[in-house]
Ligand binder design. Structure first.
Ligand code: SF4
Length: 493
């Protein structure tokens, strides 16, 4: 099995594998509550805290301010040794704001924790406005002894969202803190909530490119849950329609959409979280986090996808000048250009087409653009193959085409190809504003019904062709031709 850029065959840069590679064995995280508070609760910045926050909802039973940090470490180690057989640990200072005190107090907390023989490192959760050079310089010295990460609650890259959930800081502050932390050579973690009120799917997706530009080491995603005894719980009860909570199946596909666009250098620690039922007002998904990861990986396999797929395979957007300098003629007089397109060799799929002339036209198109292969899902016995060949002309003799089930086609096409549905779906982007990847599969659907939802979900991009005339639909083979030649044009820029 082939390894991805992160050195193993899992389809995302997984936290567990990262630690296995780093320490040669599985590392268990144990949560510690060191008794800090939070400036967003004690009145320094605000009172009441972030609208979704109830620290009790994610603190394990061994983790309590009633006992010392050392005792929590001992109890946490005993618990995890018995339960999971783990023998090396990361102490995770998760509750509240774990840098919100003086440097001397921080030393009292972190140094004894790091001295424990079974603790291989610490992760310090905090807010972006509770860090400074003095503390970072101190953490830098600790990081020379053992593994150390500073983890920031990013939650959203939109200031209007941060304001709405009462975070008490801006995204600019988050960015500055992350950049400054990385400049000290420290590992930086980020936490993001998916589904915050006021954010559309498009907004959530768009923030991935903002995150990609940050010097993050690790990233965690959580779906929004409504936790009891929070401001958000009250808001939810008053106006549930203002919240759109993800169903599990929908979330799996959506988080994969995000991961496909995520910087492959980011180590993904989590995709989801499940608060205990006694705290959770939203509908439970009823699966453990590990099972959800397996489901996500299975779905990634079905979608032939992996972390950063679109980043590796995308050209930069064209500038207006570049668009103007496209030569009108002579594309292929230069043999290199023809060679380049031939090497990229796209695929074309006609799904459930009924008109044999469209099959023929797509075969011909495949031959025009040097496609690798043309696939059809239609049962060939229900078609006039004579008509197919007649429309294809001589191209049917040298263009490879085949009739196969959709699932079989998916297995035939290499994973680094990006599937493009030519369809006017709600997700569709306008052709002339879209940078088409080098390795493409062009997919067109039935003449009357287009592509069904299931197929659309399996395509990585959706493209529509703007039409200035009165008729706003186009013959499928014509549509495939327009998109395919726009792709050729972009590859030659
Ligand atoms: S989420 Fe963090 S920053 Fe917000 S109130 Fe809770 S402890 Fe404070």
């Amino acid at each position: 099995m082939e390894n991805y850029a992160w050195g193993h065959h899992r389809r995302f840069n997984a936290y567990a594998n990262y630690f296995k590679q780093k320490f040669g064995k599985r590392i268990q995280k144990l949560s510690i509550d060191a008794g800090f508070t939070c400036p967003n609760r004690d009145g320094t910045i605000a009172r009441g805290g972030c609208t979704y926050c109830n620290n009790k909802a994610f603190s394990p039973s061994y983790c309590s301010t009633g006992i010392s940090v050392q005792q929590q470490i001992e109890e946490g180690i005993t618990f995890h040794k018995e339960r999971y057989g783990a023998d090396q640990f990361l102490a995770y200072f998760q509750s509240y704001t774990n840098t919100y005190t003086s440097l001397d107090k921080l030393k009292e907390v972190y140094e004894p924790a790091l001295q424990h023989k079974d603790i291989v490192g610490i992760v310090i959760g905090t807010r972006p406005d509770c860090i400074d050079d003095e503390k970072l310089a101190y953490f830098q010295t600790l990081s020379q002894q053992k593994y150390l990460t500073i983890e920031y609650g990013i939650e959203s890259t939109y200031d209007e969202t941060l304001q709405r959930i009462n975070r008490g800081h801006t995204f600019e502050q988050t960015k500055e803190a992350i950049e400054k932390t990385a400049s000290y050579g420290l590992n930086v973690g980020g936490h993001l909530i998916v589904g915050l009120p006021g954010e559309t799917r498009e907004m959530m997706m768009d923030q991935v490119s903002v995150l990609n530009a940050l010097p993050l080491t690790t990233i965690k995603f959580h779906q929004l849950q409504i936790i009891k005894d929070t401001v958000m719980a009250r808001q939810y009860k008053e106006n549930p329609d203002a919240f759109r909570l993800f169903e599990m199946k929908e979330y799996i596909d959506f988080i994969i959409d995000i991961v496909e666009r995520l910087n492959p250098d980011f180590i993904i620690e989590r995709f989801s979280a499940e608060a205990p039922p006694r705290f959770n007002l939203s509908k439970s998904w009823g699966v453990r986090s590990a099972d959800l990861i397996s489901m996500i990986e299975q779905r990634m396999k079905e979608r032939h996808t992996f972390q950063g797929k679109f980043l590796n395979n995308q050209k930069k957007a064209m500038t207006q000048d570049e668009i103007k300098t496209i030569p009108a003629f002579d594309y292929f007089k230069d043999g290199d250009k023809e060679e380049k397109i031939r090497k990229l060799a796209p695929y074309i799929i006609g799904d459930n087409l009924k008109n044999p002339m469209n099959h023929g036209a797509l075969i011909r198109l495949g031959s025009n653009i040097g496609a690798q292969k043309v696939f059809f899902t239609q049962n060939p016995d229900e078609l006039s193959i004579t008509k197919v060949k007649k429309t294809a002309g001589s191209s049917h003799t040298h263009m490879d085409f085949e009739f196969l089930e959709w699932e079989e086609i998916m297995k035939e096409i290499p994973e680094d190809y990006v599937w493009i549905a030519i369809e006017t779906s709600s997700r569709a982007k306008m052709l002339y504003e879209q940078v088409l990847p080098e390795k493409c599969v062009f997919v067109v659907g039935n003449e009357s019904y287009g592509l069904p939802k299931e197929r659309l979900r399996q395509c990585h991009q959706h493209i529509y062709i703007p039409m200035p005339g009165n008729t706003k639909s186009m013959n499928v083979s014509h549509a495939a031709t327009v998109v395919a030649f726009e792709w050729v044009r972009q590859q030659l820029l």
